[in-house]
Design a protein around this ligand. Structure first.
Ligand code: SF4
Length: 365
């Protein structure tokens, strides 16, 4: 087993990231083989259960209400709709369903109760259930755990320094606090970030410092390549080079040896050969389905053909941790506290976010 270190420095991580590629790949693949079966890849399906209309200003996100994008918002899906989609995902080889809602934070009330019911119904299908619903309090995280949630996703996105160039409506510490709230339950943590937002290699290393310092480290780490969507502040960013993606995956594997490293957004821009190198470098999870919330993703049949070609097998559910038990709503001992936590609204503005907002207004008129 590889040693899990929580004291990585930015310099050490940068040195790994910048190694000659063949050495980097060898080191990452060696650690990967010690910790994981290299021929097994987890397949997750991401469902957007509530799309668009978000109050935040994340510069990469087409779901932010303030930007002029082609995303059509919709209300929270029903439990039956979600269950039907989860069943379809299971039939096509997914072991995990991740439900995403475009919310700043979870609010106690009927919509959250509906999400809890979704969690219960998917857990009963014997699939791992993950949610990404924005910031959560400890009580809300506990209620999700009680419903049978397996994982909660809350990405750090980038280094603390570069985060301030991308999002002005909530702080880095808020993100860490949410992760901390999830950690107080038996729900596993999924947290990673995005490359290709204009950040430097130092920022990429900085994000890995933040993730590796978490103790325990996240059980799952998505590495997204920015999909630059027209109308968002980051619309002009150039596509991420495959070599950057491979380096980032390999470095993540070395620094977070036990985590499932997930290839997430941006896979449509990657060739099969590029993805194969990412798997060799230690990626062992993908998102399946033709959409990732609102951006395109490879067709699931294409993914299965790729698996066959590479001799990969989808991971069975609950391989890493036993299935959580579901407590029915009527049997719950937990109460909604109706808290109104003071998540911060940092006191700074990001010029390109403001410009994208103004441009959106101008086009809408
Ligand atoms: S990333 Fe999430 S919080 Fe940020 S704007 Fe998009 S939906 Fe809202």
């Amino acid at each position: 087993m590889s040693e899990v270190r929580h004291n990585w420095t930015k310099e050490e991580i940068l040195e790994i990231y910048n190694k000659p590629l063949m050495e980097l790949l060898y080191d990452a693949a060696t650690i990967h083989r010690k910790q994981h079966d290299p021929n097994v890849v987890q397949v997750s399906t991401l469902l957007s259960i509530k799309t668009g209309g978000c109050s935040e200003d994340c510069g990469y996100c087409p779901q932010a209400a303030r930007y002029h994008t082609n995303v059509e918002g919709n209300d929270l899906m029903t439990v039956n709709q979600v269950k039907a989609q989860a069943l379809r995902a299971k039939e096509s080889g997914s072991s995990r369903v991740c439900m995403g809602a475009a919310w700043r934070n979870v609010k106690d009330g009927p919509e959250f109760d509906q999400v809890l019911e979704m969690v219960r119904s998917i857990n009963k299908l014997e699939m791992e259930v993950c949610c990404t619903l924005g910031m959560v309090t400890e009580n809300q995280a506990q209620r999700l755990a009680e419903a049978g949630l397996y994982a909660y996703n809350h990405n750090l996105d980038s280094s603390e320094e570069y985060y301030k160039e991308v999002i002005s409506t909530r702080g880095y510490q808020d993100r860490l606090d949410t992760i901390d709230n999830v950690r107080k339950t038996n729900v596993t943590v999924c947290s990673g970030g995005i490359i290709g937002m204009g950040e430097s290699a130092e920022d990429r290393a900085g994000m890995l410092v933040a993730l590796s310092t978490l103790n325990p480290q996240p059980e799952s780490t998505p590495i997204n390549a920015l999909v630059a969507v027209e109308g968002t502040p980051l619309e002009d960013e150039k596509p991420v080079e495959i070599w950057d993606m491979i380096r980032m995956v390999a470095t993540t594997r070395i620094v977070l040896p036990e985590t499932q490293v997930r290839l997430s957004a941006g896979r449509t821009q990657m060739s099969r050969e590029g993805q194969a190198m990412c798997f060799f470098a230690g990626a062992n999870s993908i998102f399946a389905g033709d959409k990732l919330l609102t951006t395109p993703n490879p067709d699931v049949n294409e993914d299965m053909k790729m698996f066959e070609l590479l001799g990969l097998n989808p991971q069975k559910p609950f391989t890493k941790k036993v299935q959580p038990q579901t407590v029915e709503a009527k049997d719950s001992q937990l109460e909604a506290l109706g808290e109104k936590p003071k998540w911060t609204r940092p006191d700074y503005k990001i010029e390109r976010n403001e410009a994208a907002k103004q441009k959106g207004k101008a086009v809408k008129i």
